[in-house]
Write a protein that binds this ligand. Structure first.
Ligand code: DQA
Length: 144
């Protein structure tokens, strides 16, 4: 079974109570339960508020040859360190799909810039948990 790492950045541990009008009322545990159902993939869902830990997980994914679904949360908009780590993933030939629950382009102007997108394999945004599901289905079909 192909392993995929699903990494969530800061404040996504508060899903369920954090701005439910934007992010919905389901929790991160609900997300993990939903993604565990995807046939043929062993999905490892993680979350951290630490930029350093997030970068370490991407390095580990490279070493283990594991594709990545990344919701960088607010780091999306300014973390060049995370961008460089994401570039290590994709330049090593691994898929990295940037996902967002909301559509950042329909929100405040500072969210319109992603420093990650330019080094991601692709981006899926605006579909709630389905953004992750679509990313995983795409990875599954690319892995054959
Ligand atoms: C987010 C969008 C970001 O702008 C925000 O900082 C988040 C969540 C999303 O999934 O919609 O924390 O990445």
């Amino acid at each position: 079974m192909n392993r995929v790492l699903v990494v969530n950045g800061p404040n996504l541990n508060r899903l369920g109570t954090r701005e439910p009008d934007v992010y919905g009322s389901a929790t991160l545990d609900d997300l993990a339960t939903e993604l565990a159902d995807i046939d043929g993939l062993d999905v490892d869902v993680r979350q951290t508020n630490s930029e350093s830990e997030l970068i370490g997980w991407l390095h580990d994914a490279v070493d283990a040859r594991t594709p990545v679904v990344l919701n960088p949360a607010a780091f999306t908009h300014y973390s060049y360190a995370l961008r460089d780590a994401a570039a290590i993933v994709t330049s090593s030939g691994l898929l990295l799909v940037e996902v967002h629950l909301s559509n950042p382009h329909a929100r405040e102007e500072f969210r319109h810039t992603s420093v990650i997108s330019g080094v991601a394999t692709g981006v899926i945004a605006g579909f709630g948990f389905d953004s992750y599901r679509l990313a995983l289905e795409l990875i599954r079909s690319r892995l054959g």
